[in-house]
Design a protein around this ligand. Structure first.
Ligand SMILES: C[S@@+](CC[C@H](N)C(=O)[O-])C[C@H]1O[C@@H](n2cnc3c(N)ncnc32)[C@H](O)[C@@H]1O
Length: 324
């Protein structure tokens, strides 16, 4: 894997798989009056490229992070007449569109996970490599922080989230050590938690990646309810597409990608009972997949931009209206 400290700084802020996202969504966005949703607006990198490439496009940009919306708003000011920027979680899409009077959209993009801004801002507490308060909220107005989880969840719940969301084999051991340590003194910073996890890791496993990596991932997923939100988001997004409308999803962890894969597979398969001589229209697949399996970034992009290394891109097109 490329060392992020040696990567080109500009590349770190370059939208992931941008050319491919533009290519996949283009056939739907070239239509007059096309509306596109960027459901994870971030710093507006993808959004700006779409607005430049499609001069008639209207873009609804959604982000749960108020600071991201502010920064994207500045960047997208030249396109203010064609943009609606909304502070919301992606699973609020039906309400967001209804409030704007939009019945269906031509394109949807999700570039999941945290932005380079969120990772770079030490005070947001996403990084195990730098000491900060244990926060990890994408939406700084929501109440649940990583510090609260570490302070309040019982041992079984800590074990479950480390195991399920971090795929951490040492989940039971880490959960027990946290509960023991917090009985003595509160654990409030990333450095405190990293020290504790390092001390709890058996010497034989110390070389198997940073001991805090999977625990921090698990805490972030729990703080932001990322998997539950995504499991609601993808069906709603597919329902919001007009016929011929297209969706692209960029996922950075296998748990997220699995949710996208399953929903795309279910909707792209006929639901006709076996043995039926003719397929009724309501049994026909709702979508068709635009790429085989999950597409990866090119080696050249991964070398330029290490953020692109784990990405899995999936894309689909709506074939017919959903059954009423
Ligand atoms: C990887 S960044 C997007 C970067 C963006 N494509 C760009 O080019 O600048 C992900 C952004 O989506 C937001 N986000 C992640 N999951 C979200 C969700 N479920 N609902 C709303 N916003 C979300 C994060 O706050 C973050 O700002």
């Amino acid at each position: 894997m490329t060392d992020p400290t040696t990567a080109d700084d500009d590349a770190l802020h370059t939208p992931v798989m941008l050319a491919r996202c533009l290519e996949l969504l283009a056939p739907a966005l070239e239509r007059p009056g096309a509306v596109m949703v960027d459901g994870t607006l971030g710093l507006g990198g993808h959004a700006e490229a779409f607005l430049r490439r499609f001069p008639e496009l209207t873009l609804v940009g959604i982000d749960r992070d108020p600071e991201a919306l502010r920064l994207a708003g500045e960047r997208l000011r030249p396109f203010a007449g064609r943009t609606h920027l909304v502070h919301a979680v992606s699973d609020a899409l039906p309400t967001v569109l209804a409030d704007l009077g939009i019945a269906a959209v031509a394109g949807i993009l999700y570039d999941l996970g945290v932005s380079s801004m969120q990772l770079d801002r030490v005070d947001r507490g996403f990084s195990y490599a730098r000491d900060a308060a244990l926060d990890m909220r994408m939406d700084t107005t929501s109440p649940l922080t990583a510090a609260r989880i570490i302070a309040e969840y019982d041992e079984g719940s800590l074990r479950r989230i480390f195991f399920e969301y971090g795929e951490e084999k040492l989940a039971p051991r880490y959960a027990r050590k946290i509960v023991e340590a917090r009985a003595v003194a509160p654990i409030e910073t990333s450095a405190q938690l990293v020290d504790l996890l390092q001390a709890a890791t058996p010497a034989a496993l110390k070389n198997a990646g940073h001991p805090a990596k999977r625990v921090f991932q698990a805490l972030r997923v729990e703080v932001n309810a990322e998997l539950d939100v995504l499991a609601r988001t993808i069906p709603d997004a597919l329902d919001a597409l007009e016929v011929g409308g297209r969706i692209v999803v960029l996922a950075y962890q296998s748990l997220e990608d699995r949710i996208v894969k399953r929903e795309f597979a279910a909707r792209s398969t006929s639901t006709a009972p076996r043995g039926l001589p003719v397929e009724l229209p309501e049994h026909a697949p709702e979508i068709r997949l635009l790429v085989r399996g999950a597409e990866l970034a090119s080696d050249a992009e991964k070398a330029r931009n290490p953020r692109a290394t784990p990405v899995r891109l999936r894309a689909a097109e709506r074939l017919r209206k959903a059954a009423a």
